[in-house]
Design a protein around this ligand. Structure first.
Ligand SMILES: [Zn+2]
Length: 75
């Protein structure tokens, strides 16, 4: 059975789980989904995912802290 809910807004901006990543923990570069620029290794940033079942570790996204704040000012 497909439990994906249809007919709802795809831009659900709730249920975000947000975790800060320290520079020491950022051991490789990531691509920020907001500005499409690389987040260099060693740069503190944000990792976030939507706590909506089902989700997997691949759903996690790494964001520049400034990009996250700009696009999700209330979270
Ligand atoms: Zn960015």
């Amino acid at each position: 059975m497909n439990s994906k809910r249809k007919g709802e807004s795809p831009s659900v901006d709730e249920n975000w789980v947000v975790r800060p990543v320290t520079g020491q923990a950022a051991r490789k570069a990531y691509l920020c989904p907001s500005c499409r620029q690389e987040i260099s290794a060693g740069v503190p940033h944000i990792v976030a995912w939507q706590d909506v079942w089902p989700y997997s570790i691949e759903d996690r996204r790494h964001w520049h802290t400034s990009c996250w704040r700009r696009t999700h000012p209330s979270i």
